[in-house]
Every structure is written in structure tokens, then in C-alpha cells.
Design a protein around this ligand. Sequence first.
Ligand SMILES: Cc1cc2nc3c(=O)[nH]c(=O)nc-3n(C[C@H](O)[C@H](O)[C@H](O)COP(=O)(O)OP(=O)(O)OC[C@H]3O[C@@H](n4cnc5c(N)ncnc54)[C@H](O)[C@@H]3O)c2cc1C
Length: 410
Amino acid sequence: MSSAAPATVSAPATVSAPTPASAARPASGRETGADVLVVGAGLAGLHVATRLARQGHDVLLVDRRTTLAGAIRTTGIFVRKTLDDFPLPERHLGPPIRRMLLYPPSLSRPVALVSDRDEFRVGDMAGLYDTSAAVAAEAGVRLALGTRYAGRHGGTYHLIGREGPYRVRARYVVGADGAGSSVARDLGLDRNRHLLVGAEEVFPVAPNGEPPTFHCVLDPRVAPGYLAWAVNDGEHAHVGVAGYADRFPDGLRRAMERFSAHAPGLDGVRRPDTVERRGGPIPVGGVLRRIGCADGLLVGDAAGAVSPLTAGGLDPCLRLSDLAAQVLDDALRSGAPDALTHYSGASLRSSFRGRLALRTGLAHIRTPAATTAAFTLLRTPPGRAAAARILFGDRSFPGQPVPEPSLATG
Ligand SMILES: Cc1cc2nc3c(=O)[nH]c(=O)nc-3n(C[C@H](O)[C@H](O)[C@H](O)COP(=O)(O)OP(=O)(O)OC[C@H]3O[C@@H](n4cnc5c(N)ncnc54)[C@H](O)[C@@H]3O)c2cc1C
């Protein structure tokens, strides 16, 4: 693990409760101030808020969720590049996964890709969010949960908290409010138009004698334009589908039910009657062009910072948040009116050209027969090599984490 870039979630060693909403309540009246208002306490918002607070800025972080351990929208698969560059706390990571099986619609004769390195680990996202919130509070972030962003008038932002509406005057606002960002709308920035929708079930499992494995099924009947997955790392199973919302033959919910009844990788595993359900939209149009303006900027899904091909957004959201924190720190220190103008997605988009082209290709495979034909190519040595490059590759979101050596690690 590199020492270069401690992530928000790297400390402290023990998880303490996040700052209560009262800590972020306006001291008097119904208005408060902040250098930066961050809307959304997903991984992107938590990370950018913590970095800014550590740079000495007054940061208010709000989220409409009343607990960050609830309404989770991600499987939480972290790729090797993230695990190398961001020291996530070991206790919130599942066993390393080196084995991936790719299945055609028939589910027979999967293509096996086995790496000699640890490629993936599934995060305990409730634990990661709670630890991140504790780290943020420790850095000085004022965190207000159960607080919804409701709009903006100039430099004043309207929030509806647990005790009613109030206003925040902030120099900058950060939209970390996910794929359907309201902040992007209010700042007149670009918005995600190209989306997949995904759903999954999560439940604990006992080891079944198989090595931790990521099973991926390409079948347009259950996952039109993307894939279905069953990740079994010997501790938890994540069984899910994702695809273009208007192309599921009988809807996302039915696709999920059908896949869950026959998902590979769960031999000998008992599915409990009650499972955790997760789901949400996934932007796959590539990072948006206009993600910053004089009053604020976007990070994470709000900025479209998701790999168009793999739909992985956790690594991009951490890296783009690093860049955003650096740009905002410069802006707050210099006071220059155009300080955020060089925070642009246009240049970042060029690194996604290849992945956007492959996404378009994947979107065009619409029938089981075409998918099965694609597997003929995948079974050849060049096909397997290409798949391994994409799935086990070293490429990630452009930009390196910014070293921050003064931080403690967990
Ligand atoms: C089913 C599914 C599985 C996925 N699996 C993976 C995976 O395994 N690996 C991977 O790398 N990527 C995965 N992704 C993508 C990844 O989860 C996202 O890219 C990443 O979590 C984005 O983080 P974020 O902080 O930008 O947004 P989010 O985590 O969506 O956080 C946005 C936050 O904003 C809050 N919010 C929204 N509107 C308001 C408002 N008006 N007021 C206050 N708060 C608001 C929300 O409550 C939320 O907490 C998956 C996505 C889905 C849908």
C-alpha cells in the first residue's frame, strides 16, 4: 500500500458516532455560514469535505439520509488501484478476490480470468461511511444528517433539516449529491443523461470451499447493455443486475428475481429470507464537461465520474474529490473570481474515449445470440487478454492522489 494518499476513511482506528446534526445547526436564527457547503455525504462528499476541513476551511456537509449506514446504493467493490493508493481501513474490507468468471447467457463454460494479484475487495460500506463520517467530524467538518438541500438564491442555499428549514451563506457549494444532482441543476452545470439502473441483494454467507470469486453474466435478458453479477467472497454474497432501464424485458425487479433464482457461484449457499436490497442509477456517459463555475463544482456521480465501461465509480469519486479539494483550497486562499474555471471535465473526458467506445459497443449487443457470438472471441487468447486488461487493468480515473503526509492512518 502506498503512503501517498490517505483516504478520508483511513482514520481513526475506532469508529465513533458521527457528529450529531445539532452540531451543524445554525447557532442563532435560521441562517448560518460556511466557506464551503457540501451537499451529499456519499464517499465523494465525505472525502472532499474532510480534505477541505484539514486545509483549515469551515465546511458544512449535509445529507438527506438520517444514517449513512442506511440506503446504501453500491456493491462496494474496490479495485486494486484504489486499494493501492487509498489506505482504506482493513477491518472494513472483505477478503481479496483474484478470480473472475465470465458467463454467456447459457451460464455454461465460463471464461475464467485468474490474476496473480489481489484485484478486488468488497467494502463493508456501512462501516466505511460511518468511519468516514467520524474522520470528517474529527477534521472539523460540521455534518448535518437528515438535512435536504432544497435550492439556491445567489450565494444563499436552502436546507430543510430535522428542525425545519434554514439558510446557509457559503462562498462555494459542492454538488456531491449523486447521479441526479440538484446542485448541478441550480448551478447551471452539465447533468447526467446516459444512465444505467442497477439493483442487488446482499446477504452473509459461510465459505463454500470455492476461492473468493466475482461471477459476471452477460445476458441482455437480465442485464441489457451491462452485466449481472454474483460476488461471493466467502463472507458476503452480492447478487445484482444492471442495464438500461427501458430495455429490461419485464422490468428491473423481475430481472433481479429471475437472476437471483439462478445466479452462479452460490452452490451450497443458503439465501436468507430477509436480504439487504440496494440499487440506484449509474451514470455511464463519462465525466461531464461543465462541472465547475464561479460558485461551485461537482464531484462523484454528480460529475459523471464513473467508468463508462465497468460502471465503477468509487475510484473516480475519490480521485476527482482530491482534485476538487485542491482547486477549492486554491480558490479560497487566492480569492480569485475565476479560480474554479479550470476545474473542467472536458480535458478529463479525453481519457475516456476508448472506454466510451467500448460502452457503445456493449450497448449494441442486444440479443443472447449476439452475446454468445461475442464469447467466441472472448475465448481466444487475444480476447481473454483484452478482457483481463479491462477488468484487471492498472488504468483508473485520470489524476493521481494528492499526497497529504500529515494524516494518521487507521
Ligand atoms: C447498484 C450499484 C452498484 C454499484 N457497485 C459499484 C461497485 O461495486 N464499485 C464501484 O466502484 N462503483 C459501484 N457503483 C457506482 C458507485 O457506487 C458510485 O459511483 C459512487 O458510490 C458514487 O458516490 P457519490 O458520493 O458520488 O454518490 P452517492 O453515494 O450516490 O452519494 C450521494 C449522496 O447525496 C445525498 N443527496 C442526494 N440529494 C440530496 C439532497 N437534495 N440533499 C441532501 N443530500 C442529498 C444522498 O443521500 C447520498 O448520500 C455502483 C452503483 C450502483 C447503483
